[in-house]
Design a protein around this ligand. Structure first.
Ligand SMILES: Nc1nc2c(ncn2[C@@H]2O[C@H](COP(=O)(O)OP(=O)(O)OP(=O)(O)O)[C@@H](O)[C@H]2O)c(=O)[nH]1
Ligand SMILES: [Mg+2]
Length: 426
């Protein structure tokens, strides 16, 4: 696995640019988050630089004068690393590195680094490596020749090829191998998913660090790593949860989202996120004590849209209410974000409300069944009218096919009646 940074505590300068419709206050908020990301990656932020610019400079992103100032600042502060909040083009990153003489990365690069640090399972590691290679490929320059050794000593230089071309070829090959590997893991995962497909599934989704894993742990006595760090969870953990005496569901913890999540990262984590895509109910967890929680909600909705699951039944779970001094705005939230619950997962407050609401939403969901009964089952079919909506009945010589819609609460009775009358689900 490639590690962009391996030193314990690097000294970093972070840079944000107020451009387009971003004002300074917003940029400063983004930089607060970037600082948290840098801290999670193991860097200490020495200084932040903000510039107002109408247009981003194609060579340095910042203006030339400001870029030179940045280079002097880096030298004066003895910094190891500069992190830009916006995505740098490969050319900008290279020009800045030459000017500042230290490593220059962007938010995507930093997030990839954190993912590399936190990836634990084979799947997560493969996903991260794939995303890293896709990120590196366009950034390869002539000075960059160490890769062939790291990638596994294939190192065969074809006739007339430059080292750079060899490196690119090695990376492309590796990308193909990793892609195939992920496909294989994805298939195994989807088989596992199918084998438990009868149980109702609720997935915890949301911005990073909002308390998703804390909720899973609190409800199921799971032992998932909880940390005041971004992206503590990279793999989806699945636990079964007994809602009341007789209803068991699966609760799924997933990787957190963040503003400007690199696209190749979403693509690589597709199979992990498919666990969420496969859920019957999304629990959108929100850290209501965070000053930017409304932006975070918007980011999560965008990612859910990109994953084409924004039409899924969804419960807003406002977490960390214990940190709120003023709770007067909660009534407004309740009106704008229907359905919702307010909890403190860490203190175990109102978790009962959460479970009740999940139960309620689950029981509201309807499934469509198509069942073939023997002709003699007319009495049972009459009973079905009491527990389900009959959509269609078709008689033929060898039986009756009934199409019906039933909510979860009644589906058990539908299935018992079917069994009683020797019906067969089609
Ligand atoms: N005060 C307070 N802190 C909480 C609450 N729920 C979670 N936390 C803290 O918030 C931090 C993040 O919690 P996690 O459960 O790791 O959050 P996550 O959403 O799983 O985060 P990632 O996996 O990193 O995306 C931890 O320090 C938790 O202790 C809460 O209700 N109140
Ligand atoms: Mg987590």
């Amino acid at each position: 696995m490639l590690e962009i940074s391996s030193k314990a505590r690097e000294r970093a300068i972070i840079v944000g640019i107020a451009h387009g419709d971003q004002n300074r206050a917003m940029v400063n908020e983004y930089l607060d988050e970037l600082e948290l990301l840098a801290d999670t990656a193991g860097a200490e932020v020495l200084e932040r630089v903000v510039q107002d610019r109408h247009r981003l400079d194609p060579s340095y992103m910042l203006g030339r004068g400001k870029a030179e100032e940045l280079a002097q600042m880096a030298k004066y502060l003895d910094a190891d690393l500069i992190v830009f909040d916006d995505d740098l083009t490969p050319a900008q990153a290279k020009n800045l590195e030459i000017l500042c003489k230290i490593k220059v990365i962007d938010r995507s690069g930093l997030i990839l680094d954190i993912f590399a640090k936190n990836a634990r399972t084979r799947e997560a590691r493969t996903q991260v490596e794939l995303a890293q290679l896709n990120y590196l490929l366009p950034r390869l320059t002539r000075q960059w020749t160490h890769l062939s050794r790291q990638i596994g000593g294939i190192g065969v230089r074809g006739p007339g090829e430059t080292q750079l071309e060899v490196d690119r070829r090695l990376i492309r090959n590796r990308i193909r191998v990793l892609g195939r590997e992920l496909e294989k893991i994805g298939k195994q995962r989807s088989n596992r998913r199918k084998s438990r497909s009868d149980l109702f599934k609720a997935a915890l989704v949301g911005y990073t660090n909002v308390g998703k894993s804390t909720i899973l742990n609190a409800l199921t006595n799971a032992d998932v790593l909880v940390e005041d760090q971004l992206f503590a969870t990279l793999d989806s953990t699945i636990r079964s949860l007994l809602l009341d005496d007789h209803q068991r569901i699966l609760l799924i913890d997933t990787v957190g989202f963040i503003r400007k999540l690199p696209h190749h990262l979403i693509a690589s984590f597709k199979s992990t996120l498919e666990e969420a895509a496969d859920a019957d109910l999304l629990l959108h967890v929100i850290d209501v004590s965070h000053s930017a929680f409304r932006d975070q909600i918007a980011t999560v909705k965008t990612v859910l849209h990109e994953l084409a699951i924004d039409d899924r039944p969804l419960l807003h779970v406002f977490n960390k209410i214990d940190l709120l001094e003023d709770r007067s705005f909660l009534a407004d939230l309740e009106r704008s974000f229907e359905p919702c619950v307010f909890i403190s997962a860490a203190q175990g407050v109102f978790l009962g409300d959460l479970v009740r609401k999940v139960c309620e939403l689950m029981n509201q969901q309807e499934d469509i069944y198509s069942i073939k009964f023997p002709l003699s089952a007319s009495k049972v079919i009459a009973k079905l009218y009491q527990v389900a909506k009959i959509l269609n009945i078709e008689y033929s010589d060898d039986g009756v096919v009934v199409e019906l819609k039933s909510d979860r609460q009644n589906s058990g009775r539908v299935l018992r009646l079917t069994e009683e009358a020797q019906g067969v689900r089609l």
